[in-house]
Design a protein around this ligand. Structure first.
Ligand code: 9MR
Length: 373
């Protein structure tokens, strides 16, 4: 960064930010975004929290002001058997966040994927009744949210409820309870921790059908007395998707409903797309490995690197333009080494979707993002 720009940034930070530059004076992502009251978040895994990857901990604590559990708070992990909760990993994650002065985000309470196998089944192995599922869902929410009352800043209450065309996703929650499950879940979460923020979270939020449905949902749920603090646009982006103007339109449209907008799972997959791959983040979309789908095993070439830098900057320029609407930007992982995109939608590829490389070094684009903000 040029010395003058650096000085201006420092002066600005001293004046209006609660985020302080790192001890050596270097500005980091959390300083730059914090200046605009935007949390810089990152999804962390249990090894990183436990300190088994020391470089990862350094990156997390130096650059981010918020963490979210990549997996350990999901239902199949936290309550694998009926009423037998396993909180050790989630407890460690919350304590890690607190020790480091970070806002901890809970992910996620109601999701069809990575649900506990017992959740939708009765004692005879049949489908649970509506009443039983409502009571299990409420009980799950009050147990988990209640345990971390006052310590979790916000919850992804319902994850991925809507299909790209705007129809309800045909999950067991929807099929057994009906669309009211969303209202019931939001109210249960609010009751368990009235101070925690509540979010609806989904991928492919720039698809018009999905966008329209979320707008309708937010308005309708508010009329029914639900509180929704923000809409999470997961933002599992690619080299040519989503369409940037549709993406921006979704931000404007959600913000106009009186909620904040958050990028909750940001990453950028620039590897070649398998035919028939439609973007998004449906965990079930899987394609067979082929060599030509994995062209950067030893590093990105110049052209791919440029695409990566330009595309990341294009997204962050949009975030800068819409900064008043945004409360958090969370990267879905610390380093390329552990990103889920090494194994999805094609298993065993070498992917480069995040802001820190396989050795936990900040990529050059990070400095450009900091300067942008
Ligand atoms: O990154 C997560 C990966 O490690 C898990 O195997 C996967 C299984 O469901 O979930 C990934 O995270 C997902 C997130 O919880 C919800 N949105 C889509 C994310 C990527 O699949």
């Amino acid at each position: 960064m040029k010395a003058s720009l650096y000085l201006i940034s420092l002066i600005a930070l001293a004046g209006c930010s609660t985020q302080q530059p790192a001890k050596d004076g270097t500005l980091t992502l959390k300083d730059a975004l914090g200046k605009h009251e935007i949390l810089a978040g990152v999804a962390v895994n249990v090894d990183e929290v436990a300190g088994r990857v020391p470089k990862a901990q350094d990156v997390i604590t130096a650059n981010f002001s918020s963490i979210v559990a990549e997996n350990c708070m999901k239902q199949e992990k936290i309550v694998p058997e009926q009423d037998k909760y396993f909180f050790d990993d989630a407890d460690s994650l919350v304590a890690f966040g607190e020790r480091n002065g970070m806002k901890v985000i809970g992910h996620c309470l109601v999701w069809h994927s990575q649900a506990a196998p017992w959740f939708f089944t009765d004692a005879k192995g049949g489908e649970v009744s509506r009443d039983t599922l409502i009571s299990r869902m409420k009980n799950h929410i009050s147990t988990v949210v209640g345990r971390y009352k006052g310590r979790i800043y916000g919850w992804d209450v319902v994850n991925e409820a809507i299909e790209d065309d705007g129809s309800y996703r045909q999950t067991p929650y929807y099929k057994i309870i009906g669309p009211e499950y969303i209202e019931i879940a939001l109210k249960a979460a609010e009751e368990a921790d009235p101070d925690a923020e509540l979010y609806l979270n989904d991928f492919s939020m720039s698809k018009p059908g999905k966008r329209d449905k979320y707008v309708e949902l937010v308005k309708d749920l508010k009329l029914k007395g639900c509180r929704i603090d923000a809409i999470g646009m997961q933002s599992h982006n690619g080299g040519d998707y989503p369409d940037l103007s549709e993406y921006e339109k979704s931000m404007d449209t959600f913000a106009a409903c009186g909620v904040k907008v958050m990028m909750t799972e940001l990453d950028l997959n620039i590897l070649p797309k398998p035919e028939d791959f439609g973007g998004g983040a449906n965990v079930g979309d899987e394609f067979k490995y082929r060599d030509e789908l994995d062209p950067y095993k030893d590093g990105l070439d110049e052209q791919a690197q440029k695409l990566f830098d330009d595309r990341y900057l294009a997204f962050f320029k949009i975030y800068e333009k819409h900064k008043e609407q945004i409360s958090r930007i969370t990267l879905w992982g610390v380093s390329d080494k552990t990103s889920w995109l090494n194994d999805w939608p094609v298993e065993g590829r070498t992917s480069y979707p995040l802001l820190f490389d396989r050795d936990y070094n900040a990529k050059p684009v990070v400095q450009k993002i900091i300067e942008l903000f």
